[in-house]
Design a protein around this ligand. Structure first.
Ligand code: NDP
Length: 327
């Protein structure tokens, strides 16, 4: 392929432009593996990149798309050969390194993981960074000793990508899950996914005391800000909160009280630079612990041309569950 179809972000004096282009293969960045990309996805961070709402893109021109799945076409890495099916999420792809909204990508072999048995490339992108991060959050809670017997687990941003996959995973693992959403009309859908209870996100939206009634053994939070502060305040003694997102804001208006008086732990989750053994463990767990019918029920498939409108919709909180892009 001397040139291939790609979405390209260019920086201009007025901000940025996003266009579909024929991208020359000679302009791909350094890497030892070339992949024919078959599927990608739209995460919140992709929405930030394409709308330019936050400066997640650090190099221009940029091909956005923080995730992709596809087939190796050429490799100088001892770990991969032509024909291998691979998945990539993170490592600055779509931010500092040309990303997944393109028919072709060249990356470091170290960034790839083999497509796990039991998942198709489309399934892997239905999971994507959002679902993979949900798995990392659940693994963080497990490592902390949060078990179904300890009590309910709260999931914020429940109708979003991270939230919906977290609910499906936690339900399969036997947890009583409480889904916090601003979209009560999605209540039946969330219950079908495995949510035991639904609360309106307004219940967590107003600034509250740092210590409130103890309700949750664990929390998976993708929204940050005041809702995260309230979730921490409602976590039981010895419980843990896995925090991965900022859909409500970057701030965290709380005090040390929950940490020093209740021994609550705040577990930060960063999916971008996770060491390979943990990546492989997380993808293996996803293949085992994520109900495929539920994954299908939260997933919408779109074409390449629908990436930009979907990126706008995700920033407006209008995307339900996960989105797969057929490249
Ligand atoms: P989505 O847009 O799919 O989900 C976010 C959800 O948050 C929305 O669906 C909505 O849920 C809720 N929400 C949106 N705005 C607000 C608000 N103002 N107040 C409260 N809740 C709100 O995004 P993703 O699931 O892809 O990502 C979620 C977050 O996690 C993002 O901030 C993203 O950057 C972060 N993230 C971080 C990663 C990491 O490595 N740390 C990896 C992946 C994601 P509802 O409609 O149910 O209320």
């Amino acid at each position: 392929m001397s040139a291939f179809r790609a979405l390209r972000i260019d920086k201009t004096d007025d901000g940025q432009t996003v266009s579909v282009v024929d991208f020359p293969e000679s302009e791909l960045m350094e890497g030892d593996v070339v992949v024919r990309v078959t599927h990608s996805t739209v995460n919140y961070k992709d929405g930030l990149a394409i709308t330019g709402k936050s400066p997640v893109v650090r190099r221009f021109p940029m091909i956005p798309g923080i995730d992709f799945a596809g087939v190796v076409t050429a490799s100088e890495s001892p770990e991969y050969k032509a024909g291998d099916e691979v998945v990539l999420n993170g490592w600055g792809v779509g931010e500092t390194h040309l990303g997944g909204y393109a028919e072709c990508a060249r990356v470091k072999g170290d960034w790839l993981v083999p497509l796990v048995d039991g998942l198709s490339a489309a399934d892997a992108m239905a999971v994507g960074t959002a679902g993979y991060t949900s798995m990392l959050c659940v693994m963080a809670l497990e490592r902390h000793g949060v078990t179904p017997e300890r009590g309910p687990v709260l999931v914020t941003g429940a109708a979003g990508g991270v939230g919906s996959v977290a609910i499906a995973l936690l339900a399969k693992l036997g947890y009583h899950t409480v889904a916090s959403t601003g979209r009560p009309e999605e209540g039946d859908w969330l219950k079908a996914l495995g949510a035991s209870e639904i609360i309106h996100r307004d219940e967590l939206a107003a600034p509250g005391k740092p210590l409130q009634k103890e309700k949750y053994a664990g929390v998976v939070d993708s929204v940050g800000s005041v809702p995260l502060a309230n979730a921490i305040a409602q976590t039981k003694s010895g419980g843990a909160v896995a925090a991965c997102g900022l859909a409500a804001g970057m701030d965290l208006p709380t005090s040390v009280a929950p940490f020093i008086l209740r021994g609550v732990s705040l577990l930060g989750v960063n999916s971008v630079t996770v060491p390979k053994p943990i990546r492989i463990e997380a993808w293996g767990r996803l293949a085992r612990d994520l109900d495929r019918e539920k994954l299908a029920s939260i997933t919408k498939t779109i074409s390449f041309d629908e990436i930009v409108p979907t990126a706008n919709a995700i920033i407006d909180g209008k995307v339900r569950g996960r989105v797969v892009v057929e490249i």
